[in-house]
Design a protein around this ligand. Structure first.
Ligand code: BGP
Length: 474
């Protein structure tokens, strides 16, 4: 017998500013790192960008109307920093604040609880140009100032806040694989950038306490629980090393303000541990979150990686051609391997609902924090039929199995406060254009050809509506 979902469970959906808003240079908005990056040839799928995206900036009322029709309890969105501060700091752009103010009021009028993400990857380019963005400690002050501006503007109505979205991902893709801005490959810088981001995260949470005393805040971490490929002790150790270096490295800092020991010693031996200044560890300890935001898409399976001749680079599948991803790793520590027990999407993402239960339990046991599942969903090709229907049964199956897994975790004793499916409408996938779709609502937007941005409800729209109505019982 499974335990029921809590009565006030936040059934939701999530998005991010750059991926939906468009209006990239309208109403005083400044240029972000992504506005610049997408203009470099070859960086995104067929050169797609978020200049228009799905034009949510102009169509937010229509989108909120659809959310209300679905019965959504919560909606997670992000604020574009460069709309509020076109140069990242200095003068406030009132029109930017107005847009989010209107959106928040619209949500509340429709009884939808807003969850506001402060930073979902679009850094004001001015800060990158001036001091390298996250590469400099100066970001801590500017980020905190931006946060306080939002707390003051919206803290009376917004109770749930996400500080940084997937710090582990935006820094890895920005500073280790060079696939996201600023397109750098530098392991030492990667750890330094992360130290600054963690400090900024802690400073923002510390400031939150006095500005929004009745609110809840936490980061959203991209957690991919590690499995060992075999029961060979060296593979088990590889998986533990991966768990520590690829997950605890962030979540330990968020929760306790400490870096995990074995990972720290390893990085120190390699000469790439971050430089920590006096007072840093104290600040990190003062930034304890109210909940752990978890973005869960898949598990990763590891085996031992030889030191000499070991796998390192790997290849991400951004083409949607199944089977084109290649394993990656750290020579001497671990390498990823394909898990033959799991099906994969066309983008080679493992489909593993049980992995979510496992991950939720691990986080609960280690950190003893409530959990907000801030993202989970399926990116696939969707086809709009002649009659306007979109039969995404595969998405229903995906979400249904993950909802069941959450309920099992709740039965195990995990405290889950909400579940935000990625995404509500279709939107821009950072590197994959518009053909990799996640939404409950189809948007007629494509890399090429005709697109009028019209919204169409997919089969999953009606299905999720029923899930919400029954509080997860069907
Ligand atoms: C997460 C990001 C989202 C979203 C999602 C799907 O990592 O927080 O912004 O993009 O992944 O990823 P993708 O679009 O690459 O399939």
């Amino acid at each position: 017998n499974l335990k029921s979902f809590p009565k006030d469970f936040l059934w939701g959906a999530a998005s991010a500013a750059y991926q939906i808003e468009g209006a990239w240079n309208i109403d005083g908005k400044g240029i972000s790192n992504w506005d610049k990056f997408v203009r470099i040839p070859g960086k995104t799928f067929k050169g797609t960008n978020g200049d228009i995206a799905v034009d949510h900036y102009h169509r937010y009322k229509e989108d909120v109307q659809l959310m209300a029709e679905m019965g959504l309890k919560t909606y997670r969105f992000s604020v574009a920093w460069s709309r509020i501060f076109p140069n990242g700091k200095g003068e406030i752009n009132q029109k930017g604040l107005d847009f989010y103010n209107d959106l928040i009021n619209e949500l509340i009028e429709h009884h939808i609880e807003p969850i506001l993400t402060i930073y979902h990857w679009d850094l004001p380019q001015a800060l990158q140009d001036e001091y390298g963005g996250w590469e400099s400690r100066q970001i801590i002050k500017d980020f905190t100032n931006y946060c306080i501006t939002l707390y003051k503007a919206f803290g009376d109505r917004v109770k749930y806040w996400v500080s940084l979205n997937e710090q582990n991902v935006f820094t890895r893709l920005g500073y280790q694989t060079a696939m996201h801005p600023p397109g750098v490959k530098d392991d030492k810088l990667f750890y330094q950038v992360n130290h600054h981001a963690s400090l900024a995260n802690a400073a923002a949470i510390k400031a939150f306490r006095s500005h929004v005393p009745d609110g809840k805040i936490g980061p959203s971490f991209a957690y991919s629980p590690a499995y060992a490929a075999t029961s060979k002790p060296e593979d088990v150790l590889a998986a533990e090393n991966a768990e520590e270096l690829a997950s605890h490295w962030w979540m330990d800092v968020y929760t306790w303000g400490t870096y995990p020991q074995a990972a720290w010693n390893y990085l120190e031996r390699k000469g790439i541990a971050p430089e920590v200044e006096e007072g840093d560890l104290e600040l990190l300890k003062e930034g304890k979150p109210d909940f752990m935001g978890v973005n869960y898409y898949q598990t990763t399976t590891f085996e031992k990686n030889p030191l000499h001749g070991g796998t390192s680079e790997g290849h991400f599948n951004t083409s949607g051609e199944k089977g084109t991803s290649e394993d990656t790793g750290i020579p001497g520590l671990y390498k990823t391997v394909r898990n033959e027990n799991l099906n994969r999407t066309n983008w080679d993402w493992n489909i593993d609902p049980q992995g979510l239960r496992i991950g939720l339990r691990r986080i609960t046991n280690r950190y003893k924090l409530p959990i907000l599942i801030s993202e989970n969903g399926l990116g696939e090709y969707d086809k709009a039929e002649e009659d306007g229907s979109i039969n995404d049964d595969y998405r229903i199956e995906y979400i249904e199995s993950h909802v069941k897994s959450i309920q099992e975790a709740v039965t195990d004793g995990v405290e889950v406060i909400g579940y935000c499916v990625w995404s509500f409408t279709d939107l821009l996938s950072w590197l994959n254009g518009y053909k990799k779709r996640y939404g409950f609502v189809y948007v007629n937007q494509h890399e090429e050809g005709e697109h009028d941005l019209r919204r169409m409800k997919k089969k999953s729209f009606y299905w999720y509506k029923a899930v919400i109505e029954s509080n997860g019982e069907n």
